[in-house]
Design a protein around this ligand. Structure first.
Ligand code: C5P
Length: 248
């Protein structure tokens, strides 16, 4: 197969509280999105790179490298919509058996070595696969049913912060076998289009792999790297810059 990169970059980055979409924030002297584009352009395994932006995006042209990237102006309301719209736009240009590496614009630490590791690790696996990291923290679950005001402290969207009669019931989730999903996530064009096209509950589909899993398939997990973190909060930019300053 051929390998194509697809970067959904049509988000608004609400959690960054910054001016404008986070993929255009400067990280280590370059817009965040440009780091991801450059990683794919530097990989000899990638046939072509596509980026999906919203139809009214006015910043993408200033971020593009001189050659090698095609812009698709068909971003949607959710990440899933953006990826699915892009797949539809690529129908014919990409073969059914070609592989799509879908990568978040918010992960500037990707390297050609990680791209190669993903491709080698997933080769021949019909359900595709993704970079991921084993969970190192002890994981707690706060059960919403018994959650009361103040039971879970913080501003997150955690299920334990809703109203209710008493304190949340807290339990420890054994971390054995738990992984944190990264991107790129790689699937054949046909499988990814089928999985995203079949997804009914967009809120349950937080990455491409979850849509494939909903078909009853098990994508392969390939160990990624902490440098491939997702920039979500303002302080993540400094962590990303620290990794970007390191040799790859
Ligand atoms: O906001 P979050 O970090 O989850 O976004 C993940 C990726 O999905 C980002 O690259 C973002 O630009 C992209 N996205 C998109 N279309 C949307 C929402 C997010 O392409 N409607």
């Amino acid at each position: 197969p051929r390998y194509f990169a697809l970067i959904p970059a049509a988000g608004v980055g609400a959690r960054m509280a910054a001016d404008g979409p986070k993929q255009y924030l400067s990280v280590g002297g370059k817009p965040m999105l440009r780091h991801a584009l450059d990683a794919f352009l530097a990989s000899p395994l990638i046939a072509h790179t596509y980026v999906v932006v919203s139809p009214d995006d006015g910043q993408i042209d200033a971020v593009l490298p001189p050659a090698g990237v095609t812009v698709l102006r068909c971003g949607g309301a959710t990440r899933m919509d953006s990826v699915l719209n892009a797949l539809r736009a690529l129908q014919g240009a990409v073969g059914e058996g070609d592989m799509m590496l879908v990568h978040d614009a918010a992960r500037p630490g990707l390297t050609p070595a990680l791209i190669a590791k993903l491709i080698a690790g997933v080769a021949g696996h019909p359900a595709g696969g993704l970079l991921a990291l084993p969970v190192v923290d002890t994981v707690k679950r706060s059960t919403a049913a018994e959650a009361g005001p103040g039971a879970a402290v913080g501003s997150g969207s955690g299920s334990g912060s809703g109203p209710g009669p008493g304190p949340a019931k807290v339990a420890t989730v054994p971390r054995d076998g738990l992984w944190l999903a990264q991107t790129p996530q790689m699937f054949s064009y046909a499988l990814l289009a089928r999985a995203l096209g079949a997804a009914t509950d967009a809120s349950a589909i937080t990455d491409d792999a979850s849509a494939v899993e909903a078909l009853g398939l098990s994508p392969r997990l390939v160990e990624g790297h902490p440098r491939n973190l997702k920039v979500t909060l303002p302080a993540d930019i400094r962590i990303a810059e620290m990794y970007l300053a390191e040799p790859q």
